[in-house]
Structures are given as C-alpha cells and as structure tokens.
Design a protein around this ligand. Structure first.
Ligand SMILES: *Cc1c(COP(=O)(O)O)cnc(C)c1O
Length: 458
C-alpha cells in the first residue's frame, strides 16, 4: 500500500458550497469591459440583451465568495468531486523525485471541466425565464457540456461549431444532437456575421471568434434566447474555481500543498479554475507557489500577444475587453487542440499574468502528443490534446527535479479525456502531425486590427 492513495476523493459533505472570486483580492483590478460600438464602459442593461442579470452581477461583483445555489450543488453532487490523482506510475517512468498530482475533470458527463459552468449558466438562465441558449464551440467540449446541461434543465440549445472541428470531430456533433441540441458548422448561413465571412471566403475553416459572433447575433436577435460562453468571462472562471477549492481540500487530507500549479490555457477557465484558489494564498503572501499557463505555440496569446483592449470576436459584436490578444481577426492554424485556438485570453488571467503572478509557456503540438502518449501509457487515462499541453510542462518540470534532486510537488489540471480526439491521435501516430511556427509577421499582421483605445493605468 502507498502512503498516499492513487485517488483522493471528498465526502459529499465536504464539497465546496461557495465559488471563489479572485476579483476581491487582486492587487490591480481589471479594466472595465467596453461597449463594442461606443467604446464606453458597458452597463448591465446593455449586457442584458444576451445574458441573465445574475450572471451579469457575477461578472462584476467584488464579493470574495459566492454561494453555489442548492439546485446547482445537487447537480454537482451527481458527478463531483473530480478525483485528485497521484501519478505514481508517471513519476516512476520519469525517474523523478517530484511528486506529481493531477485533478482529473474527465469524469464529468461531458468529459471535461466545462460542465462546471454549463450547469450554473443554464440554471440562472432558466430562473430568469430564458428557454433557449445560443453558443459557439471549438473542439466541441463546450457545446457538449451546454447541450447536456440544457437537457437537464429543459432548455433548447443552438450550437455554432467551428467548421474545422465539425469536420475533424463528427462524433462530437452526434453527442450534442443526442442531448437534443441543434448544431451547425460555423461560419453558417443562419447569421449575418456568418454569411459575410462565407461571401469573402466560402472555404473558411471558421474560428472561435467567428462562431462567437454568430451565437451573439443569434441571442441578441431573439427575446427567448441568451448567449452562453464556455470560457474567458469572469463568471465562467468563478464557477470553475470549484476545481481548485476541491483540490485544496483533497491536498489537505494528505498534508500536501503544490509548489507549482500547471494548466493549459485557451480562454483560461480550467487554468484559472485550478489556480485561483491557490493564488489567494500567494496574493496574501502566505505561499510562493508558481503558476504556469501553457498554450499552443501556434496560438501563443500570453507569451507573444499584446496586453490591449480588443474585441472578443471577429464581427466586433462582443464587448471589448482588456486582455492579451493576437488580434480578433487572427485565425490560428487548424491544430488538434481546438479548444486552445482563441485569439484572446480571460481578462482576469491576463491582468494577473501582466502583474507577474502567472508564468506563460508555449509548446509545439508534436511535443504535446509525445507527452500525451507517455502519460496514457503510464497512467492509463487518454488525455484530451488540450490537457496534454499541461502534461507536457508537468513532465518537463519533473525532469528538472530529476536533475536537481528536488522533491517538488507538482499539481496539474487534466481538463478532460481524449475519447473524442482519436482522429488527432491517429494523425499523430501515423506521422501526419507537424509543428506550426507562429512568426513575428503573423503577430504584426494580427495586431493591425486591434483598436487603439488608451488605458491610462497600464
Ligand atoms: C475547452 C477546453 C480547454 C480550454 O479552455 P479553457 O477555458 O482555457 O480551460 C482545455 N481543455 C479541455 C479539455 C477543454 O475542453
């Protein structure tokens, strides 16, 4: 018997009852979101065209803790806590003195952390009389989560799925349809934003930025419909803190605390979800934990992008936020980690990165798949390609410990399983995956569309 079990769970009674809002503790607050037309700070009334009031409140509140509604807790209890796992066999394979832990979100009904916010988002919409939700999905993970949550609460769900993913992952579409969602490849003919893109480029692969424009337009044009976003926004990140809050309690049980926390970073929600509850201690100067956000080298938002006000979507319909960006017109290469192909970044993660609380790392996809396969062979879990970005850096850090002999405690977020990503694995295993360089020219080109809005405090 190992002195720490392979998997550490919590009793139902121990499940967190509150989400943690890092806005209360940030030394430098985020800049306000701006109206995409007027460039003035956007008010609750304007946002109410696409979001329910409770989520708008959560977007801006400075309260440190937000109660998780009983109905949401009840749904969470049906699949949480997510296990905290000790990667004994990976440690052994690496020959590292480091202790590696991962928080495995692949045990949710949709197979990723996205269920954690899908449930409260659908719940609050239903409470305010909304009967239909419109959303975008990249890899299909968010669309799946929202389809399932919509079905559980009896709402309709319309999903604009980035075309490259729609073609690479047909089973994701079937999964969403199984739960009653309507799914279209994006750009689509359903919206003005989609039709305009198709007119210019009928072969467009789509992007998250385009799909967001379509879903926002859909929601804004119908009274019965809200828009739902699976990452980036403050309220999404708030809901995801359930991951870190659980992880703290699980680690307390075995008398551990991480020296570093690692997560892959697309819009930033799983990274923030596992990190922010631990970052609370770092901000309060109680701990020196390192936080590492990992992104694809083909879409290096934090490590190469500019900290600037920019649009969240291609058609400039979503609010303008202060964030790291590669430019809202940038369409990343069709890499296999579709969930990490977003030009921007969560404003909360961006501000904390800017202020030095977070390190950024970018990795190439061949390395990522190498790590994914090493992990699968050691730990028996098939990781999502997105999650494998975190694995890659965790392995790298564990190897450094081997060189220095340091017995560090590494915690990473295994944000989802890869059962719907076998086409990507197949491409890798048959030698068809290459690396995509992101060049300075691409950055210069991408930043041309970024609006010049002054931010006095930066
Ligand atoms: C969507 C997704 C991501 C990236 O999104 P974040 O908001 O950055 O967490 C990462 N991993 C998986 C499995 C996903 O589904």
């Amino acid at each position: 018997m190992k002195n720490v079990p392979y998997r550490i769970y919590l009793d139902e009674k121990e499940l967190p009852k509150k989400w943690y809002n890092i806005q209360a503790d940030m030394p430098v607050k985020c800049q306000p979101a701006l109206n995409p037309q007027t460039h003035k700070p956007i008010g609750p009334e304007e946002l109410s065209a696409i979001f329910p009031m409770e989520l708008i409140k959560q977007e801006v509140t400075q309260e440190r803790y937000i109660d998780i509604p009983e109905e949401v807790q009840e749904m969470y209890r049906s699949f949480r806590p997510a296990p905290l796992c000790r990667a004994y066999r990976l440690e052994e394979a690496l020959g590292t003195p480091a202790k590696i832990y991962y928080k495995y979100e692949g045990t949710t009904p949709s197979g990723s952390h996205k269920m954690n916010t899908a449930i409260p988002q659908v719940y609050y919409n239903k409470k305010e009389g909304i009967t239909r939700l419109a959303t975008e999905t990249g890899a299909g993970q968010w669309g799946s989560a929202l389809s399932i949550a919509s079905q559980m609460f009896g709402l309709e769900c319309m999903v604009y799925m980035v075309k490259v993913s729609y073609e690479q992952k047909p089973y994701r579409k079937s999964l969403m349809q199984t739960y009653g969602a309507k799914v279209t490849p994006s750009p689509s003919e359903y919206t003005k934003a989609g039709r305009e893109i198709l007119k210019k480029d009928p072969e467009s692969l789509g992007s998250l930025g385009i799909a967001i424009s379509e879903a926002v337009e859909d929601a804004a044009s119908r009274k019965d419909t809200s828009y739902a976003l699976g990452s980036v926004l403050n309220h999404v990140i708030l809901h995801q803190t359930i991951i870190g809050e659980e992880a703290i309690k699980q680690m307390e049980k075995i008398d551990e605390y991480p020296d570093m926390v690692i997560g892959c970073c697309g819009g930033g929600s799983n990274f923030a979800g596992i990190s922010f509850p631990f970052m609370r201690d770092k901000i309060a100067d109680k701990r020196k934990t390192r936080f590492i956000a990992v992104e694809p080298a083909a879409c290096p938002t934090l490590t190469k992008g500019k900290f600037s006000y920019d649009f969240g979507d291609t058609a400039k319909m979503a609010p303008i936020t202060m964030m790291y960006t590669l430019g809202h017109d940038f369409v990343p290469e069709g890499i296999h980690a579709g969930g990490l192909r977003y030009h921007g970044e969560s404003p909360l993660v961006s501000q904390l990165y800017h202020d030095g609380f977070i390190e950024g790392r970018s990795v190439h996809q061949t390395k990522v798949f190498e790590a994914a396969i090493q992990f699968a062979r050691a730990e028996a879990i098939l990781p999502a390609p997105e999650s494998a970005h975190a694995i890659q850096v965790a392995i790298e850090e564990a190897k450094k410990c081997k060189e220095t002999g340091e017995e560090k405690t590494i915690l990473f977020a295994l944000s989802g399983h890869g059962h719907f990503d076998l086409a990507a694995y197949e491409a890798y295993l048959s030698g068809k995956i290459g690396d995509v360089e992101y060049t300075d020219d691409m950055l210069a080109e991408g930043l041309k569309c970024v609006p010049s809005i002054e931010c006095p405090s930066i």
